[in-house]
Design a protein around this ligand. Structure first.
Ligand code: SF4
Length: 384
């Protein structure tokens, strides 16, 4: 897990040089059904960087995505790596991502793929003019679409591959499903029909219309809860705090299983006051929401910051417990005991984890603590 809860490593070198290795010609996909139009207008209002990354607008205000059918990665991960500790623990998640992100976090550990479009594509297209509905979007979009790195896919191929892998779920992760929303949504619909769960690992910076549209086919979301400071969100991640808080509340209201992750950066968001604000917000919403406290490792534009001391992680965990949270995990430190699951009522150790792996679970098949019978919050907690 990492800054965005889930790290993609290594990034295939061939995937970053603009060649997909398949010689296919793709162009920007239009996504203008009514439901999407309002969603993307909302996203543009909140995240003005989005249309200049992997979605482009014409003079007529129509948006086009360049990443609908090209993933930079697809493979199976332990679900604990996302991290989800209370959703089918010990299962595997078939994970996909495209290049691009609607944020620009200075500490991004996936920056080579999340920031690829901003580093390699023009910020805007001039003189695209009117678009004829059945024509390729425009020559320049076509040319840019060909430069998007990755492997061609379709939603059906992703679902078929996920089933063949034996995964229990499809995770939309590494960068952000918001930026490849159309691919994620269409895949999620097919995955649900195929009996697979759908997981978003997300920064929470999503328009309400899009979130409400995908909610019915989404099973769980791990949202980065990066800061409790609008200033930090603005200056470090180039977005705002309030839309993230709103999205977290909406996921909970929609019944999507929710876990939250905070990367603790020394000197940035490690004060008692800010950690108490984060923990208090979660506790007010629902004390059963797991809070993942994650160690920061220097990266990208914050390569000169120190690694989070273990004592800081333990202090943050104590603040979460003092706020009344039932499940607080301090991790991104292999071997640290803070990633095991305990019964919040009797304190019995229930799941033993090491790194990204759940090694042993004592939770009963009906999802209860074998010692005191308390129901352990989550989905599929007692599954074999
Ligand atoms: S939100 Fe985007 S830029 Fe920020 S850490 Fe995650 S992938 Fe990187």
């Amino acid at each position: 897990m990492d800054t965005c809860a889930d790290t993609l490593t290594p990034v295939p070198a061939c995937a970053l040089n603009g060649s997909d290795g398949h010689g296919r010609t793709l162009w920007g996909r239009s996504f203008t059904p009514p439901a999407f139009t309002s969603a993307w207008k909302a996203a543009r209002r909140f995240a003005p960087c989005a249309p200049t990354t992997v979605a482009f607008t014409t003079g007529a205000g129509e948006l086009f995505t360049l990443v609908y059918d090209r993933v930079i990665s697809r493979h199976t991960d332990p679900i604990e790596k996302k991290p989800f500790f209370h959703f089918r623990p010990g299962s595997e998640a078939y994970s996909i991502a495209t290049v691009g992100c609607n944020l620009r976090c200075s500490f991004c550990q996936n920056w080579r793929i999340s920031q690829w479009p901003k580093e390699h594509l023009p910020k805007r297209l001039e003189g695209t003019g009117e678009v004829q509905s059945n024509e390729p979007v425009c020559p320049r979009l076509t040319e840019m679409g060909e430069r998007i790195p990755g492997e061609p896919v379709t939603p059906a191929l992703v679902v078929e591959s996920a089933r063949a892998s034996g995964a229990a779920s499809v995770a939309y992760t590494y960068t952000k499903p918001t930026i490849f929303y159309e691919l994620a949504f269409d895949t999620a619909v097919l995955a649900r029909e195929a009996g697979l769960a759908n997981l978003f690992v997300t920064n929470g910076f999503i328009g309400e219309a899009a979130q409400r549209e995908v909610g019915p086919v989404l099973d769980a979301a791990n949202v980065d809860f990066k800061f409790f400071s609008d200033e930090s969100y603005r200056h470090i991640s180039r977005c705002r705090l309030q839309p993230v808080l709103d999205a977290i509340r909406r996921y909970h209201e929609m019944g999507v299983w929710l876990e939250l992750t905070t990367l603790i950066i020394p000197g940035v968001n490690d004060s008692d006051a800010e950690l108490a604000d984060i923990a208090g917000f979660i506790a007010d919403l629902d004390r059963a929401i797991p809070w993942h406290i994650s160690r920061f490792y220097p990266a990208w534009k914050m390569a000169d910051y120190p690694v989070t001391p273990q004592a800081t992680l333990e202090r943050a965990a104590g603040i979460g417990q003092a706020a009344g949270l039932r499940y607080v995990y301090a991790g991104n430190v292999p071997g640290m005991a803070g990633e095991d699951t305990y019964c919040f009522r009797c304190g019995a150790k229930l799941i033993d984890r090491y790194g990204f792996f759940a090694r042993e679970s004592r939770i009963a098949l009906d999802g209860t603590c074998p010692d005191c019978g308390t129901i352990i919050d989550g989905i599929g907690m007692g599954a074999e």
